[in-house]
Design a binder for this molecule. Structure first.
Ligand code: UD1
Ligand code: UDP
Length: 380
Protein backbone atom coordinates (compact mmCIF):
# COMPACT_ATOMS: atom_id res chain seq x y z
CA UNK A 1 0.00 0.00 0.00
CA UNK A 2 1.39 3.40 -1.03
CA UNK A 3 0.66 6.31 1.25
CA UNK A 4 -0.05 9.72 -0.23
CA UNK A 5 -0.58 12.85 1.82
CA UNK A 6 -2.70 15.57 0.25
CA UNK A 7 -2.37 19.04 1.75
CA UNK A 8 -5.33 21.41 1.44
CA UNK A 9 -6.26 24.61 3.22
CA UNK A 10 -7.95 27.17 1.01
CA UNK A 11 -11.27 26.83 -0.83
CA UNK A 12 -9.88 26.25 -4.36
CA UNK A 13 -7.57 23.51 -3.12
CA UNK A 14 -10.38 21.58 -1.53
CA UNK A 15 -12.28 21.80 -4.80
CA UNK A 16 -9.23 20.68 -6.81
CA UNK A 17 -8.58 17.81 -4.39
CA UNK A 18 -12.03 16.40 -5.23
CA UNK A 19 -10.87 15.50 -8.75
CA UNK A 20 -7.68 13.72 -7.68
CA UNK A 21 -9.41 11.94 -4.77
CA UNK A 22 -11.87 10.49 -7.32
CA UNK A 23 -8.93 9.29 -9.42
CA UNK A 24 -7.04 7.87 -6.41
CA UNK A 25 -10.11 5.79 -5.50
CA UNK A 26 -9.64 3.92 -8.81
CA UNK A 27 -6.22 2.73 -7.59
CA UNK A 28 -6.67 0.29 -4.70
CA UNK A 29 -2.97 0.42 -3.86
CA UNK A 30 -3.19 4.10 -2.85
CA UNK A 31 -4.04 5.24 0.62
CA UNK A 32 -4.77 8.97 0.61
CA UNK A 33 -4.43 10.90 3.86
CA UNK A 34 -5.88 14.40 3.79
CA UNK A 35 -4.30 17.15 5.87
CA UNK A 36 -6.30 20.37 6.19
CA UNK A 37 -4.26 23.30 7.45
CA UNK A 38 -7.36 25.25 8.50
CA UNK A 39 -6.39 28.25 6.36
CA UNK A 40 -10.05 28.51 5.37
CA UNK A 41 -12.36 27.54 8.20
CA UNK A 42 -15.88 28.96 7.84
CA UNK A 43 -18.39 26.23 7.00
CA UNK A 44 -19.07 27.76 3.59
CA UNK A 45 -15.36 28.15 2.78
CA UNK A 46 -14.38 24.59 3.66
CA UNK A 47 -16.64 21.89 5.13
CA UNK A 48 -19.44 22.44 2.62
CA UNK A 49 -17.14 21.32 -0.21
CA UNK A 50 -16.18 18.06 1.51
CA UNK A 51 -19.86 17.19 1.78
CA UNK A 52 -20.98 18.41 -1.63
CA UNK A 53 -18.04 17.10 -3.67
CA UNK A 54 -17.82 13.80 -1.78
CA UNK A 55 -14.24 14.29 -0.60
CA UNK A 56 -13.09 12.06 2.28
CA UNK A 57 -13.02 14.01 5.56
CA UNK A 58 -9.55 15.31 6.54
CA UNK A 59 -7.52 12.87 8.62
CA UNK A 60 -5.74 15.83 10.20
CA UNK A 61 -7.34 19.21 10.78
CA UNK A 62 -5.26 22.13 12.08
CA UNK A 63 -6.70 25.42 13.18
CA UNK A 64 -4.35 27.96 11.65
CA UNK A 65 -6.74 30.78 10.94
CA UNK A 66 -5.79 34.11 9.42
CA UNK A 67 -2.62 35.87 10.57
CA UNK A 68 0.23 37.55 8.77
CA UNK A 69 1.88 35.71 5.89
CA UNK A 70 4.94 34.55 7.82
CA UNK A 71 3.09 33.63 10.98
CA UNK A 72 0.45 31.64 9.10
CA UNK A 73 2.99 29.78 6.97
CA UNK A 74 5.28 29.07 9.93
CA UNK A 75 2.49 27.50 11.99
CA UNK A 76 1.50 25.32 9.06
CA UNK A 77 5.10 24.24 8.55
CA UNK A 78 5.46 23.08 12.16
CA UNK A 79 2.17 21.17 12.11
CA UNK A 80 2.67 19.56 8.71
CA UNK A 81 6.19 18.44 9.61
CA UNK A 82 4.87 16.56 12.66
CA UNK A 83 2.33 14.69 10.53
CA UNK A 84 4.92 13.83 7.89
CA UNK A 85 7.30 12.48 10.53
CA UNK A 86 4.53 10.32 12.01
CA UNK A 87 2.95 9.12 8.79
CA UNK A 88 6.09 8.72 6.64
CA UNK A 89 4.20 9.04 3.33
CA UNK A 90 5.60 8.00 -0.06
CA UNK A 91 4.78 11.41 -1.42
CA UNK A 92 2.97 14.66 -0.71
CA UNK A 93 0.52 16.36 -3.09
CA UNK A 94 0.09 20.14 -3.00
CA UNK A 95 -2.18 22.33 -5.12
CA UNK A 96 -1.82 25.81 -6.56
CA UNK A 97 -0.13 28.69 -4.82
CA UNK A 98 -1.45 29.41 -1.34
CA UNK A 99 0.45 29.51 1.93
CA UNK A 100 -0.78 25.95 2.57
CA UNK A 101 0.88 24.90 -0.71
CA UNK A 102 4.16 26.50 0.27
CA UNK A 103 4.16 25.04 3.78
CA UNK A 104 3.40 21.55 2.46
CA UNK A 105 6.13 21.72 -0.17
CA UNK A 106 8.76 23.08 2.22
CA UNK A 107 8.01 20.63 5.02
CA UNK A 108 8.05 17.60 2.69
CA UNK A 109 11.11 18.55 0.66
CA UNK A 110 13.20 19.17 3.79
CA UNK A 111 12.28 15.62 4.90
CA UNK A 112 13.20 14.33 1.44
CA UNK A 113 9.65 13.26 0.70
CA UNK A 114 8.85 13.78 -3.00
CA UNK A 115 6.42 16.63 -3.65
CA UNK A 116 3.81 16.55 -6.41
CA UNK A 117 2.82 20.07 -7.45
CA UNK A 118 -0.49 20.37 -9.25
CA UNK A 119 -0.78 23.61 -11.21
CA UNK A 120 2.98 23.93 -11.63
CA UNK A 121 4.62 26.56 -13.83
CA UNK A 122 2.00 29.26 -13.53
CA UNK A 123 3.51 32.74 -13.24
CA UNK A 124 2.10 36.25 -13.01
CA UNK A 125 5.60 37.81 -13.04
CA UNK A 126 4.47 39.95 -10.14
CA UNK A 127 6.24 39.01 -6.93
CA UNK A 128 4.19 41.53 -4.98
CA UNK A 129 1.58 38.75 -4.96
CA UNK A 130 2.25 36.30 -2.12
CA UNK A 131 1.01 33.59 -4.48
CA UNK A 132 3.80 34.25 -7.01
CA UNK A 133 6.47 33.67 -4.36
CA UNK A 134 4.63 30.53 -3.21
CA UNK A 135 4.44 29.13 -6.77
CA UNK A 136 8.09 29.63 -7.57
CA UNK A 137 9.37 28.10 -4.35
CA UNK A 138 6.93 25.20 -4.54
CA UNK A 139 7.97 24.33 -8.09
CA UNK A 140 11.61 24.32 -7.07
CA UNK A 141 10.89 21.96 -4.15
CA UNK A 142 8.91 19.50 -6.28
CA UNK A 143 9.76 16.17 -7.90
CA UNK A 144 6.64 15.76 -10.05
CA UNK A 145 5.34 18.96 -11.64
CA UNK A 146 2.00 18.96 -13.43
CA UNK A 147 1.30 22.05 -15.51
CA UNK A 148 -2.19 22.75 -16.81
CA UNK A 149 -1.00 24.81 -19.80
CA UNK A 150 1.77 24.99 -22.39
CA UNK A 151 2.63 28.44 -21.03
CA UNK A 152 3.31 26.80 -17.66
CA UNK A 153 5.75 24.40 -19.34
CA UNK A 154 7.54 27.29 -21.09
CA UNK A 155 7.83 29.15 -17.78
CA UNK A 156 9.37 26.10 -16.14
CA UNK A 157 11.82 25.60 -19.02
CA UNK A 158 12.94 29.23 -18.63
CA UNK A 159 13.69 28.47 -14.97
CA UNK A 160 15.88 25.50 -15.91
CA UNK A 161 13.39 22.61 -15.74
CA UNK A 162 13.49 20.02 -18.52
CA UNK A 163 10.56 18.10 -19.98
CA UNK A 164 12.96 15.36 -21.11
CA UNK A 165 12.71 12.54 -18.60
CA UNK A 166 16.17 11.00 -18.43
CA UNK A 167 17.87 9.27 -15.52
CA UNK A 168 16.89 8.89 -11.88
CA UNK A 169 13.94 11.08 -10.96
CA UNK A 170 14.45 13.24 -7.88
CA UNK A 171 14.01 16.78 -6.63
CA UNK A 172 17.22 17.54 -8.54
CA UNK A 173 15.98 15.86 -11.73
CA UNK A 174 12.22 16.38 -11.57
CA UNK A 175 9.49 15.17 -13.91
CA UNK A 176 7.55 17.91 -15.71
CA UNK A 177 4.24 17.18 -17.41
CA UNK A 178 1.68 19.12 -19.42
CA UNK A 179 -1.56 17.54 -18.23
CA UNK A 180 -4.50 19.94 -18.63
CA UNK A 181 -6.44 21.54 -15.81
CA UNK A 182 -7.81 19.51 -12.96
CA UNK A 183 -10.48 22.20 -12.43
CA UNK A 184 -11.91 21.39 -15.86
CA UNK A 185 -12.37 17.79 -14.68
CA UNK A 186 -14.59 19.12 -11.91
CA UNK A 187 -16.44 21.62 -14.09
CA UNK A 188 -17.37 18.82 -16.50
CA UNK A 189 -18.13 16.28 -13.78
CA UNK A 190 -20.35 18.58 -11.71
CA UNK A 191 -22.02 20.87 -14.27
CA UNK A 192 -24.99 18.56 -14.96
CA UNK A 193 -25.33 17.73 -11.26
CA UNK A 194 -25.35 21.48 -10.54
CA UNK A 195 -28.04 22.08 -13.17
CA UNK A 196 -30.19 19.39 -11.51
CA UNK A 197 -29.55 20.15 -7.85
CA UNK A 198 -28.83 23.86 -7.48
CA UNK A 199 -31.81 26.09 -6.74
CA UNK A 200 -29.82 29.32 -6.87
CA UNK A 201 -31.46 30.68 -10.03
CA UNK A 202 -35.05 30.24 -8.86
CA UNK A 203 -34.19 31.22 -5.29
CA UNK A 204 -33.05 34.65 -6.50
CA UNK A 205 -35.31 34.91 -9.57
CA UNK A 206 -32.31 35.03 -11.90
CA UNK A 207 -32.80 34.52 -15.62
CA UNK A 208 -30.35 32.75 -17.90
CA UNK A 209 -27.88 35.17 -19.54
CA UNK A 210 -29.48 38.16 -17.80
CA UNK A 211 -27.03 38.69 -14.94
CA UNK A 212 -23.35 39.30 -14.26
CA UNK A 213 -21.48 37.17 -11.73
CA UNK A 214 -18.65 38.79 -9.81
CA UNK A 215 -16.13 37.64 -7.19
CA UNK A 216 -13.14 39.47 -5.73
CA UNK A 217 -10.81 38.49 -2.93
CA UNK A 218 -7.16 39.19 -3.82
CA UNK A 219 -5.37 41.10 -1.11
CA UNK A 220 -4.07 43.38 -3.87
CA UNK A 221 -7.68 44.26 -4.78
CA UNK A 222 -9.31 44.39 -1.37
CA UNK A 223 -6.72 45.60 1.14
CA UNK A 224 -5.99 48.92 -0.56
CA UNK A 225 -9.03 51.19 0.04
CA UNK A 226 -8.42 53.13 -3.18
CA UNK A 227 -8.37 49.99 -5.29
CA UNK A 228 -11.33 48.45 -3.47
CA UNK A 229 -13.33 51.65 -3.98
CA UNK A 230 -12.48 51.70 -7.67
CA UNK A 231 -13.63 48.11 -8.09
CA UNK A 232 -16.88 48.64 -6.20
CA UNK A 233 -17.56 51.86 -8.15
CA UNK A 234 -17.16 49.83 -11.34
CA UNK A 235 -19.78 47.33 -10.17
CA UNK A 236 -22.12 50.15 -9.11
CA UNK A 237 -21.68 51.71 -12.54
CA UNK A 238 -22.70 48.49 -14.33
CA UNK A 239 -25.68 48.09 -12.01
CA UNK A 240 -26.98 51.66 -12.16
CA UNK A 241 -25.93 53.12 -15.51
CA UNK A 242 -26.31 49.84 -17.45
CA UNK A 243 -29.09 48.39 -15.32
CA UNK A 244 -27.33 45.05 -14.95
CA UNK A 245 -28.20 42.55 -12.23
CA UNK A 246 -24.99 41.57 -10.47
CA UNK A 247 -24.57 38.56 -8.22
CA UNK A 248 -21.69 39.25 -5.84
CA UNK A 249 -20.77 36.48 -3.36
CA UNK A 250 -18.52 38.06 -0.74
CA UNK A 251 -15.29 36.31 0.21
CA UNK A 252 -14.56 36.76 3.96
CA UNK A 253 -11.51 38.92 3.18
CA UNK A 254 -13.64 41.26 1.07
CA UNK A 255 -16.39 41.39 3.67
CA UNK A 256 -13.85 42.24 6.38
CA UNK A 257 -12.48 45.11 4.33
CA UNK A 258 -15.94 46.45 3.47
CA UNK A 259 -16.79 46.48 7.16
CA UNK A 260 -13.85 48.71 8.04
CA UNK A 261 -14.75 52.30 8.87
CA UNK A 262 -13.08 53.69 5.75
CA UNK A 263 -15.31 51.53 3.50
CA UNK A 264 -18.61 51.69 5.45
CA UNK A 265 -20.20 54.21 3.08
CA UNK A 266 -19.16 52.16 0.06
CA UNK A 267 -20.61 49.01 1.59
CA UNK A 268 -23.88 50.81 2.37
CA UNK A 269 -24.18 51.94 -1.26
CA UNK A 270 -23.62 48.36 -2.42
CA UNK A 271 -26.30 47.11 -0.01
CA UNK A 272 -28.72 49.81 -1.12
CA UNK A 273 -28.42 48.98 -4.81
CA UNK A 274 -31.33 46.65 -5.39
CA UNK A 275 -29.97 44.93 -8.52
CA UNK A 276 -26.74 43.98 -6.74
CA UNK A 277 -27.29 40.70 -4.97
CA UNK A 278 -24.80 40.31 -2.12
CA UNK A 279 -24.46 36.75 -0.88
CA UNK A 280 -22.29 34.72 1.44
CA UNK A 281 -19.67 32.49 -0.22
CA UNK A 282 -21.61 29.98 -2.30
CA UNK A 283 -21.44 26.24 -2.53
CA UNK A 284 -19.53 24.91 -5.55
CA UNK A 285 -22.70 23.62 -7.22
CA UNK A 286 -24.44 27.00 -6.81
CA UNK A 287 -21.35 28.75 -8.07
CA UNK A 288 -20.96 26.72 -11.25
CA UNK A 289 -24.70 26.89 -11.86
CA UNK A 290 -24.37 30.69 -11.80
CA UNK A 291 -21.28 30.56 -14.00
CA UNK A 292 -22.98 28.46 -16.65
CA UNK A 293 -25.96 30.82 -16.75
CA UNK A 294 -24.29 34.23 -16.41
CA UNK A 295 -23.98 36.63 -19.33
CA UNK A 296 -20.54 37.74 -18.20
CA UNK A 297 -18.15 37.17 -15.30
CA UNK A 298 -16.07 39.82 -13.55
CA UNK A 299 -13.45 38.44 -11.19
CA UNK A 300 -9.95 38.58 -9.76
CA UNK A 301 -10.07 34.87 -8.92
CA UNK A 302 -7.74 32.52 -10.78
CA UNK A 303 -10.17 29.61 -10.67
CA UNK A 304 -13.22 31.63 -11.64
CA UNK A 305 -11.37 33.06 -14.70
CA UNK A 306 -10.85 29.52 -15.96
CA UNK A 307 -14.36 28.39 -15.13
CA UNK A 308 -15.69 31.35 -17.15
CA UNK A 309 -13.76 29.91 -20.10
CA UNK A 310 -15.08 26.36 -19.50
CA UNK A 311 -18.65 27.63 -19.56
CA UNK A 312 -17.86 29.86 -22.57
CA UNK A 313 -18.57 33.12 -20.79
CA UNK A 314 -16.66 36.35 -21.43
CA UNK A 315 -14.55 37.38 -18.47
CA UNK A 316 -13.43 40.78 -17.19
CA UNK A 317 -10.30 40.18 -15.14
CA UNK A 318 -10.02 42.68 -12.28
CA UNK A 319 -6.26 42.37 -12.13
CA UNK A 320 -3.34 44.02 -13.94
CA UNK A 321 -2.02 40.64 -15.14
CA UNK A 322 -2.96 36.97 -15.14
CA UNK A 323 -1.22 33.62 -15.00
CA UNK A 324 -3.85 32.38 -17.47
CA UNK A 325 -2.59 34.53 -20.32
CA UNK A 326 -4.13 32.26 -22.99
CA UNK A 327 -7.54 33.64 -22.00
CA UNK A 328 -6.41 37.15 -22.85
CA UNK A 329 -4.68 36.06 -26.07
CA UNK A 330 -7.88 34.34 -27.20
CA UNK A 331 -9.81 37.53 -26.33
CA UNK A 332 -12.32 35.62 -24.18
CA UNK A 333 -11.04 37.66 -21.24
CA UNK A 334 -9.89 41.27 -20.92
CA UNK A 335 -7.46 42.54 -18.30
CA UNK A 336 -8.99 45.68 -16.78
CA UNK A 337 -7.41 45.83 -13.34
CA UNK A 338 -9.86 47.75 -11.11
CA UNK A 339 -10.27 50.67 -13.53
CA UNK A 340 -13.86 51.78 -13.99
CA UNK A 341 -13.45 53.02 -17.56
CA UNK A 342 -11.62 49.90 -18.72
CA UNK A 343 -14.23 47.68 -17.06
CA UNK A 344 -17.07 49.58 -18.70
CA UNK A 345 -15.35 49.46 -22.11
CA UNK A 346 -14.74 45.69 -21.78
CA UNK A 347 -18.37 45.16 -20.74
CA UNK A 348 -19.66 47.10 -23.78
CA UNK A 349 -17.31 45.27 -26.10
CA UNK A 350 -18.36 41.83 -24.78
CA UNK A 351 -22.07 42.71 -24.96
CA UNK A 352 -21.89 43.89 -28.56
CA UNK A 353 -19.39 41.30 -29.73
CA UNK A 354 -19.33 38.17 -27.54
CA UNK A 355 -16.29 35.92 -28.04
CA UNK A 356 -17.00 32.71 -29.98
CA UNK A 357 -13.73 30.82 -29.85
CA UNK A 358 -13.09 28.62 -26.80
CA UNK A 359 -10.58 25.97 -27.97
CA UNK A 360 -9.62 23.08 -25.63
CA UNK A 361 -6.39 24.64 -24.34
CA UNK A 362 -6.93 23.23 -20.85
CA UNK A 363 -7.32 19.61 -22.00
CA UNK A 364 -10.43 17.46 -22.01
CA UNK A 365 -11.24 16.92 -18.36
CA UNK A 366 -8.94 13.93 -17.82
CA UNK A 367 -6.12 15.66 -15.95
CA UNK A 368 -6.70 13.88 -12.63
CA UNK A 369 -6.68 10.42 -14.24
CA UNK A 370 -3.42 11.27 -16.00
CA UNK A 371 -1.82 12.55 -12.79
CA UNK A 372 -2.88 9.46 -10.82
CA UNK A 373 -1.43 7.18 -13.53
CA UNK A 374 1.89 9.03 -13.50
CA UNK A 375 2.03 8.84 -9.71
CA UNK A 376 1.47 5.06 -9.93
CA UNK A 377 4.38 4.79 -12.41
CA UNK A 378 6.61 6.94 -10.22
CA UNK A 379 5.91 4.88 -7.10
CA UNK A 380 6.25 1.46 -8.76
C1 UD1 B 1 -6.07 32.68 0.09
C2 UD1 B 1 -4.84 32.52 -0.79
C3 UD1 B 1 -5.19 32.95 -2.22
C4 UD1 B 1 -6.40 32.23 -2.73
C5 UD1 B 1 -7.56 32.38 -1.76
C6 UD1 B 1 -8.71 31.53 -2.22
C7 UD1 B 1 -2.64 32.87 0.24
C8 UD1 B 1 -1.49 33.81 0.37
N1 UD1 B 1 -3.74 33.36 -0.35
O1 UD1 B 1 -6.38 34.06 0.15
O2 UD1 B 1 -4.10 32.65 -3.06
O3 UD1 B 1 -6.75 32.75 -3.98
O4 UD1 B 1 -7.15 31.94 -0.45
O5 UD1 B 1 -9.93 31.94 -1.70
O6 UD1 B 1 -2.53 31.74 0.65
N2 UD1 B 1 -11.18 34.22 6.50
C9 UD1 B 1 -12.33 33.99 7.20
N3 UD1 B 1 -12.94 32.79 7.03
C10 UD1 B 1 -12.45 31.82 6.22
C11 UD1 B 1 -11.28 32.09 5.49
C12 UD1 B 1 -10.65 33.30 5.65
O7 UD1 B 1 -12.82 34.83 7.95
O8 UD1 B 1 -13.04 30.72 6.13
C13 UD1 B 1 -10.48 35.50 6.71
C14 UD1 B 1 -9.14 35.25 7.40
O9 UD1 B 1 -9.25 35.25 8.77
C15 UD1 B 1 -8.29 36.38 6.89
C16 UD1 B 1 -8.88 36.67 5.51
O10 UD1 B 1 -10.15 36.06 5.44
O11 UD1 B 1 -8.44 37.51 7.68
C17 UD1 B 1 -7.99 36.15 4.42
O12 UD1 B 1 -7.79 34.76 4.54
P1 UD1 B 1 -6.42 34.08 4.02
O13 UD1 B 1 -6.59 32.60 3.98
O14 UD1 B 1 -5.25 34.62 4.77
O15 UD1 B 1 -6.24 34.62 2.56
P2 UD1 B 1 -7.26 34.65 1.33
O16 UD1 B 1 -7.50 36.06 0.95
O17 UD1 B 1 -8.43 33.80 1.62
N1 UDP C 1 -16.17 29.29 -5.56
C1 UDP C 1 -17.24 28.79 -4.82
N2 UDP C 1 -18.06 29.68 -4.16
C2 UDP C 1 -17.87 31.02 -4.22
C3 UDP C 1 -16.77 31.53 -4.96
C4 UDP C 1 -15.93 30.64 -5.60
O1 UDP C 1 -17.46 27.57 -4.77
O2 UDP C 1 -18.66 31.76 -3.60
C5 UDP C 1 -15.29 28.35 -6.25
C6 UDP C 1 -15.11 28.64 -7.73
O3 UDP C 1 -16.16 28.06 -8.49
C7 UDP C 1 -13.76 28.01 -8.00
C8 UDP C 1 -13.00 28.26 -6.71
O4 UDP C 1 -13.99 28.50 -5.71
O5 UDP C 1 -13.88 26.62 -8.22
C9 UDP C 1 -12.11 29.45 -6.83
O6 UDP C 1 -11.62 29.80 -5.57
P1 UDP C 1 -11.18 31.28 -5.18
O7 UDP C 1 -11.78 32.25 -6.09
O8 UDP C 1 -11.46 31.41 -3.73
O9 UDP C 1 -9.59 31.22 -5.31
P2 UDP C 1 -8.55 31.28 -6.51
O10 UDP C 1 -8.98 30.36 -7.58
O11 UDP C 1 -8.44 32.70 -6.96
O12 UDP C 1 -7.27 30.86 -5.87
Amino acid sequence: MRKIITIVGARPQIIKAAALSRAFKMHPKFKEIIVHTGQHYDFNMSEVFFEELNIPKPNYQFEIQGGEQGNQTAQMLVNIEKVLLDEKPDLVVVYGDTNSTLAGALAASKLQIPVVHIEAGMRSFNKAMPEEVNRIITDHCSTLLFSPTKTGIKNLEKEGFSVKHIGHISIDNPLVYHCGDIMLDNSLYFSTIAAQKSKILTQHKLEKNRFILSTVHRNTTTDDPIRLTSLIESLLNLATKHNETIVFPLHPRTLKQLNLNQSKELYQRLQATKNILLTEPLTYLDMIQLEQNAKLILTDSGGVQKEAFYFQKPCIIARPETEWEELVELKTAILCDVEKQKIEAAYLSFISNPPQNYPPIFGHGKAAEFIAEEIVKFLS
